[in-house]
Design a protein around this ligand. Structure first.
Ligand SMILES: Cc1cc2nc3c(=O)[nH]c(=O)nc-3n(C[C@H](O)[C@H](O)[C@H](O)COP(=O)(O)OP(=O)(O)OC[C@H]3O[C@@H](n4cnc5c(N)ncnc54)[C@H](O)[C@@H]3O)c2cc1C
Length: 407
């Protein structure tokens, strides 16, 4: 006789960032018994620097909720914490701290019963999953939704691998750059994270230089884009740009429709994705970086310790003696780094280049196991890397579970 295992919840959501919270809100609104684990907005609070601004615009910074009651506007009205006038525009971006406060308010409203403990293990268990919490408590759920973000994927290029963190660190390891005041820091990378970190370091009194492999920095909302916007008028602008704010004119509309994007040939999806999320800096960084030297088209070929600091050789044979190298080298997806997923379960998830291959409802090849957020980008496009993807993800996930008879 097959053993039947009691189920505590229909769904366990692991993660309390924008994806986990919005999925939980939608599932609960559909009457599905859901348990949510995670420290609310912890990635934004612990792995992004004080003084940072969001790159996405106002509409793309709204965390999805089923009744559109938990918007940034509603947050301001309910709490009296008004964001600076004009926030979310290309001239006045949303401050990081305001977004964290908004996310926390969203959590209190939509998921007041959040369990802030960490999940230590997920394994299959009869008809569902056995979830072991850090203090060894166990919960059983028919489905698991993994929404734990990208913190595990911070990329350190191999040439920096053997160096101690106090000499070479990733941007995600810092909350406050003021500790670098008066020190020489070389920032590696040409995307938003590298450039904004360089601006913050410079403003904190560090002697800052940037080295990037690309031969040019792509500035968002630069001259060409502003001219196009200005000449288009609101209607044509709406036709070319989706409110999700991912990708340039035209491509933006396709990125906003993952179900359509998925039908295109793989090579075309990859080309569009590359174009939509190529490394780029927000236009409001241009002035802040005016006095920071930026070396373009340069690779690091050798790094070694030298006295208390580092000697870095670039491929033009020039050398730098610095106190610290800051790696603005982004994130590389590899879900095997989600160390709470049991090895046997991990082996059953069909993957490509570290990304899970997902089906409708963001479900992995293991029935009942879903992965949301950036790892879903290979299957559902780059929208999944941004807060604005929570609208699509939470709806498609819930639809899948409801159609399957979830209670
Ligand atoms: C510097 C930087 C700037 C960015 N700016 C923008 C921007 O302007 N706009 C935008 O849309 N996106 C931006 N992003 C991307 C942003 O990170 C994602 O959009 C967003 O964080 C995705 O949310 P998430 O819910 O998938 O993950 P996260 O926000 O990372 O949330 C992960 C959650 O999982 C929890 N967790 C992790 N492990 C466990 C575990 N074992 N058990 C329980 N809980 C766990 C954490 O506590 C946390 O609650 C930026 C990223 C970076 C690095």
């Amino acid at each position: 006789m097959p053993s039947t295992v009691a189920i505590d919840y229909e769904v366990a959501v692991i993660g309390a960032g924008p994806y986990g919270l919005s999925a939980a809100a939608q599932l609960k609104a559909s009457g599905i018994s859901t348990r949510v684990f995670g420290d609310p907005m912890s990635f934004w609070e612990r792995h992004m620097p004080v003084g940072m601004f969001l790159r996405s615009n106002w509409t793309a910074t709204q965390i999805a909720d089923p009744n559109r009651l938990l918007t940034l506007e509603a947050y301001q009205a309910a709490t009296g914490n008004y964001l600076p006038a004009g926030s979310g525009t290309s001239s006045r971006p949303v401050p990081l701290d305001s977004f964290i406060q908004y996310g926390r308010w969203y959590q209190r409203e939509a998921v007041p019963d959040l369990d802030q403990r960490k999940v230590a293990r997920v394994e299959t268990n009869g008809e569902g999953f056995r979830i072991t919490i850090e203090d060894r408590d166990v919960v059983r759920a028919r489905r698991v939704v993994v929404a734990v973000g990208i913190a595990a994927f911070a990329w350190r290029p191999p040439e920096f691998e053997g160096l101690p963190r106090w000499l070479a660190s990733h941007t995600s390891e810092h909350r406050d750059f003021r500790k670098f005041s008066g020190r020489r820091v070389l920032v590696i990378g040409g995307g938003q994270s590298a450039l904004e970190s360089a601006a913050l370091l410079h403003e904190s009194g560090a002697e800052t230089e940037v080295a990037a492999r690309s031969s040019t920095i792509h500035w968002l909302h630069g001259w060409a884009s502003r001219t196009l916007h200005h000449n288009l008028g609101p209607i044509v602008r709406k036709v070319l740009y989706a409110p999700t704010d991912v990708g340039p004119a035209g491509i933006s509309q396709l990125m906003a429709r993952p179900d359509l994007l998925r039908r295109l040939p793989r090579w075309l999806q990859d080309r569009l994705r590359e174009r939509a999320v190529r490394p780029a800096g927000a236009s409001w960084l241009v002035n802040r970086l005016r006095d920071v030297p930026i070396r373009l088209g340069r690779r690091v070929i050798c790094v070694e310790t030298s006295g208390e600091g580092l000697k870095v050789r670039l491929d033009d044979r020039s050398e730098r003696f610095v106190d610290h190298v800051l790696l603005g080298t982004g994130y590389r997806m590899d879900i095997s780094k989600y160390d709470f997923i049991a090895p046997e379960l991990l082996r059953s998830i069909r993957c490509f280049n570290g990304y899970p291959c997902l089906q409708e409802g963001l479900e992995t090849s293991v029935p009942g196991l879903h992965i949301l957020g950036a790892p879903a980008a290979w299957s559902f496009g780059p929208l999944m890397q941004f807060v604005s993807g929570t609208h699509y993800a939470s709806r498609t996930l819930t639809r899948r579970i409801v159609e399957d008879g979830g209670q």
